[in-house]
Design a protein. Sequence first.
Length: 108
Amino acid sequence: MLILTTPTIEGKKINKYLGLVTGDSLLGANMYKDMFSGVRDVVGGRTSKYEEELTNARKLAIESMQEKAEQKGANAIIGTRVAYHNLGGTMGNTIMVTVSGTAVSYQE
């Protein structure tokens, strides 16, 4: 499936707009705390465990969004946006990754 941040698909005709699709993923408090202990990894030029977990959380959110688009009959998602939220308070230091976009059907 084509997933784009742009509002159109260059050189392609969008046949149908199928609506908003979203995906979410949570990154637990332990990984959030590990970010501070892993600062030396970033300074040293290595990828920290926290960055790897954040990448995995984003990937899971995108996969969830893609599944919802497929259920609507889409073959692309346009206008995709990624947002990160710190859910403090009762959720501890949990980070939520949210992705959203518009599911569309385009002529390949």
